[in-house]
Write a protein of this length. Structure first.
Length: 309
């Protein structure tokens, strides 16, 4: 029996709740394959488009009604954990029942500890919400004072601080549930960012990269494998150029050379690779980055990019 952490990208889950409900049915089939094979499974999901949608809805409501409250990112993140977790949990449970399996599934509202002095707060890089054209991005910069960046040529997105996770508040609960063979959905959207002061936790407006949170959980539980599912088949070097090349299998030292050569997008592929390498460097055996649509093959190591020690 292996302990496997699977990270599912928020962008790969669709652009709205209806799309998401359909996509997670397919995802659930592949995740239940892991459960049926008697492995322990933790699922971590992204929330970039979803938390942006929630935050935008409250912003629009406040703009039209001064009595409507402003809701900050810790609260928006917790809402996204709930509704994405519900969709995943529901789909996994239904797939388990279809296979006459009695495993339990639980979504944990997770708080992720960060250092309030993390340099990320001085240089926001984490893309959230929808993609915009350059014209739309310039308008948002002027009207809302948002910080916007181009996301690997796919469009412009708002960026906010993305501090690194240092620990998980609910780690003991996660470990306890795993010992009882419960499939756990945790650290959704990277978890709700909190910092510790005077023995208390306080939420902070930021977004923790879900891949780093997944790597931190994988490290804490001593997982055998970290799988990062996203919208692309494999990690690419020279992306978008005539000499573009997919990476099939690579060791952590070799891929660090590509990182140093700035081969990967700061707000897209780079965090996934850094998280995968971090897991390997902290005792993990293997990380795989691959397509959510080919998750069955990725989970078996037949697709995606494999990173090893």
């Amino acid at each position: 029996m292996a302990k496997i952490v699977v990270a599912v990208g928020g962008n790969a889950l669709g652009n709205n709740p209806e799309e998401q409900k359909e996509i997670v049915k397919i995802t659930a089939k592949n995740l239940v394959d892991i459960i049926e094979a008697k492995h322990n499974l933790i699922v971590v999901h992204g929330n970039g488009p979803q938390v942006g949608m929630i935050n935008q809805a409250f912003s629009i409501a406040n703009a039209n009604d001064i009595n409507s409250p402003i809701v900050d990112f810790p609260e928006c993140g917790s809402m996204s954990q709930g509704y994405i977790g519900y969709h995943l949990q529901n789909a996994i449970i239904n797939e388990l029942k279809n296979r006459k399996l009695n495993n339990d599934v639980s979504t944990i509202i997770t708080q992720t500890i960060v250092d309030k002095n993390d340099q990320a707060f001085k240089n926001p890089t984490k893309p959230i919400g929808m993609f915009y054209s350059k014209v739309e991005a310039d308008k948002l910069i002027n009207e809302k004072q948002w910080q916007m960046k181009d996301d690997s040529g796919r469009g412009w997105r708002r960026v906010i601080a993305s501090p690194k996770p240092t620990d998980i508040v609910e780690k003991n609960i996660i470990s306890l549930l795993m010992k009882e063979n419960v499939t756990v959905i945790a650290a959704g959207g990277g978890g709700i960012p909190v910092y510790q002061e005077n023995n208390n936790y306080y939420g902070v407006a930021a977004v923790i990269d879900k891949d780093f949170a997944a790597a931190k959980i994988a490290e804490i539980i001593n997982a055998d494998k970290l799988i990062i599912l996203t919208a692309v088949d494999k990690v690419m070097i020279n992306y978008g150029k005539t000499n573009q090349m997919a990476l099939d299998k690579i060791n952590s030292a070799e891929i660090r050379e590509y990182i140093n050569d700035n081969q990967f997008g700061e707000g897209s592929m780079l965090p996934k690779i850094q998280a995968a390498v971090s897991f390997i460097n902290n005792g993990g055996k293997e990380s795989i980055i691959g397509s959510l649509k080919k998750s069955e093959k990725v989970i078996k190591g037949l697709s995606g990019t494999i990173i090893y020690k």
